[in-house]
Design a protein around this ligand. Structure first.
Ligand SMILES: CC(C)(COP(=O)(O)OP(=O)(O)OC[C@H]1O[C@@H](n2cnc3c(N)ncnc32)[C@H](O)[C@@H]1OP(=O)(O)O)[C@@H](O)C(=O)NCCC(=O)NCCS
Length: 378
C-alpha cells in the first residue's frame, strides 16, 4: 500500500525563494522580508515589485513600475462591452474568472513564455483586474463604469472607480495594507493550481484562471464572504455567545477560523485586526469589530479550538475591513484575487523558469479483472 497524504498535507513539491511560512510560529516572509516589516511600511506596488523582481524597488524603479501599471489600467472598449453583456446576477468571482480570460483574448503574444514577456502580461492582468471588477459592480447597480485615474495608486484608484468619490486616506491605507497582506502565501491551493496549469506550458491567462477558480471555494478564498455573512447573522455583540454555542452544538464550522499551515495565530490577522479597529473608530461600524473580537475571544478560550490549534486566519478580519470600505460581500473574494495576482504571477514565472510537468498519482483501490457484459445482461 502506498502512503497516501490526504490533501497533499506536508508534501514539498518544489524549492522556491518567493515566500517562507512557519505555521508553528505563525511567521510569514516575502522574499526575505517579514510581513511585520512590510505591513506598516510597504505599498502594494512595492510588494508586487518585490515578489516579481526579488528586491524592493528604488524610487526610480518604483516610479517606472507605477507608470507601467497606470498605463495598463484602462480596458479596450470591446472588453467593456463584453463585461456589460454579462448577466447582472452573475457572481462577481465568476466575472473575475471570465474577465481575466477576456484579457487574454486581446493579447497577440499568447504563448510566449520568456520572463520579460510574461512580466508585461502579469502587469497587464494585475492592472486591469480592479477595473474589470469595479466596472461590473457599477454596471450591476445600474451605474456607468468610471475610468481609471492616473494620479492615484492601485488601492485608491480602485475605490475611486467603485464609488466615484475621492477615497479617504484611512480607506486607502486600509485597502493598501489588505492588498499587501494578501499578496502571496506560498503553495496554497490556488497558487498550486496556477503552477499545475503553467507546468503544462499553458499561458499565464489559463494559469491565473485556474487560480481564480480554485480560490473561489469556501475552504480557501470564499471563506471571507462567509465570514462576513456569519458576523451579519450574529448581528449584535450580545448574540455572539448564544450563536457560538449553537455552532458548537451543531458542529458548524466558523468561517475565518483554522488553517492548513498555521497552528498559531495567522501573522496577518493582528495587522488586519488593528486596521479594522482604527477604521471602525466610534462609527456605526464599530459593532462589526466588537462582534469579531468577542467571537475570537470565545474560540481562544474554548478547549475544542485550543486542542485543534484553530485561530483566526487572514479572512477573519479581512471581512469586516472590506465591509467597512463599502464593498458588497460577494466582492470580497474577487478582492482577494485582485491582491493575490501578485503571488500567482511570481509563481507562474518561477514555474516557467524551471519547469517540469506536475503529475501526482492516485492509488487505485477498485476491482480488477471484470469481464465485459452485453448491455441486455447488466
Ligand atoms: C481552512 C481549513 C479548510 C483547513 O482545513 P484542514 O487543514 O483540512 O483541517 P480539517 O478540516 O482536517 O480540520 C481539523 C479539525 O479542526 C476542525 N475545524 C477546522 N476548522 C474549523 C472551523 N473553522 N470551525 C470549527 N472546527 C474546525 C475540524 O472539524 C477538524 O476536527 P476533527 O479533528 O474533530 O475532525 C479549515 O480550518 C476550515 O474549514 N476553516 C474555515 C474556512 C476558512 O476560514 N477558510 C479559509 C482558510 S485561509
Amino acid at each position: 500500500m502506498a502512503e497516501v497524504k490526504s490533501g497533499l498535507e506536508g508534501i514539498v513539491v518544489a524549492q522556491q525563494d518567493i515566500c517562507f511560512i512557519d505555521g508553528e510560529k505563525g511567521e510569514l516572509i516575502y522574499r526575505g522580508y517579514h510581513i511585520d516589516e512590510l505591513a506598516p511600511h510597504a505599498s502594494y506596488e512595492e510588494v508586487v515589485y518585490l515578489l516579481w523582481y526579488g528586491k524592493l524597488p528604488n524610487r526610480k524603479e518604483l516610479e517606472a513600475f507605477n507608470d507601467q501599471l497606470v498605463a495598463r489600467r484602462a480596458l479596450e472598449r470591446d472588453h467593456l462591452r463584453l463585461i456589460e453583456s454579462i448577466p447582472t446576477t452573475a457572481r462577481p468571482m465568476s466575472v473575475c474568472r471570465t474577465g481575466v480570460s477576456q484579457i487574454g483574448l486581446y493579447d497577440p503574444e499568447r504563448l510566449v513564455f520568456d520572463r520579460e514577456v510574461t512580466l508585461v502580461k502579469a502587469a497587464d492582468i494585475l492592472a486591469k483586474m480592479p477595473t474589470i471588477m469595479a466596472a461590473f459592480d457599477r454596471y450591476r447597480r445600474g451605474l456607468k463604469p468610471i475610468p481609471p485615474r492616473d494620479d492615484l495608486g492601485h488601492a485608491a484608484n480602485f475605490l475611486w472607480m467603485l464609488t466615484g468619490h475621492e477615497p479617504s486616506p484611512e480607506a486607502v491605507d486600509a485597502l493598501d495594507m489588505y492588498l499587501v497582506l494578501l499578496a502571496e502565501h506560498g503553495f496554497n491551493a490556488s497558487t498550486f493550481a496556477c503552477r499545475v496549469t503553467a507546468a503544462t506550458w499553458a499561458g499565464i491567462y489559463s494559469a491565473v484562471v485556474s487560480g481564480i477558480g480554485t480560490l473561489s471555494g469556501h475552504a480557501h478564498g470564499g471563506a471571507v464572504q462567509e465570514a462576513m455573512n456569519q458576523f451579519l447573522e450574529i448581528g449584535s455583540v450580545d448574540n455572539v455567545e448564544p450563536w457560538f454555542r449553537g455552532c458548537l452544538d451543531s458542529k458548524r464550522r466558523i468561517m475565518g477560523i483554522g488553517h492548513r499551515v498555521y497552528k498559531a495565530l495567522d501573522p496577518r490577522a493582528p495587522h488586519l485586526r488593528a486596521k479594522v479597529e482604527t477604521l471602525a473608530g466610534h462609527s456605526e461600524h464599530r459593532k462589526w469589530f466588537d462582534i469579531a473580537l468577542r467571537l475570537e475571544e470565545l474560540t481562544a478560550a474554548h478547549p475544542y479550538f485550543q486542542e485543534r490549534k484553530l485561530f483566526p486566519n487572514v479572512d477573519y478580519y479581512s471581512a469586516p475591513l472590506l465591509y467597512m470600505l463599502g464593498l458588497e460581500t460577494d466582492m470580497f473574494t474577487p478582492m482577494f484575487a485582485i491582491s493575490r495576482i501578485a503571488g500567482w504571477s511570481a509563481h507562474i514565472m518561477a514555474q516557467y523558469a524551471d519547469n517540469r510537468l506536475i503529475r501526482p498519482r492516485g492509488e487505485y483501490v477498485g476491482p480488477k479483472g471484470l469481464k465485459w457484459m452485453p448491455i441486455e445482461e447488466r
